[in-house]
Design a protein around this ligand. Sequence first.
Ligand code: HEC
Length: 170
Amino acid sequence: MNMEFNKLFAAALVAGIVAMLAGFVANHAYLPEKLKENAYPIEVTEVAAGGEAAAPAGPEPVGDLLASADVAHGEKLSKVCAACHTFNSGGANRVGPNLWHVVGGKHAHAAGFAYSDAMKAKAGEVWTVEALNEFLWNPRKALPGTKMVYAGMKKPEDRAAMIKYLESLK
Ligand code: HEC
């Protein structure tokens, strides 16, 4: 009888230790591993000293990205622009001007489109890769007074692909 009791006691003790070990392993090895990636990623906006969100001063240059940029990706991105623009040769002006052969052309390059005064004032300037990079990054910052209502393309890879696609239209 006493012997049986000891066996039971030992079994219970072992079970308890196993449970504790399992808990320890679960808490200390398994969970932190699982939680390394936040299930709900939180976008952290850097806050400047003044308390306002710090916006980047300007777009990253895309010159170096152009060589490896993907035209097909640019064409895909152009679906957003197609709400306002046509891209084909001789395409109609819509809310925005036709964009055939815009790279290397002058600002306000499409005949018969009613550009903003801001764009008309730049009509002597060529749409270089740099100018397009600025404009597509943030149209209203690059050209205050523009009629193009578009928030801008924030990823340099996207702008490079978009510009490479525009370049191909000639
Ligand atoms: C909501 C409509 C709208 C969307 C969306 C839009 N645009 Fe525009 N875009 C315009 C308008 C309007 C103008 C003329 C701006 C002006 O006169 O100030 C313009 C002008 C331009 C110009 C200058 C053309 C020229 O002849 O000088 C380029 C380049 C351009 N857009 C590219 C794009 C690209 C690329 C996209 C997509 C990423 C895009 N736009 C999205 C309306 C739009």
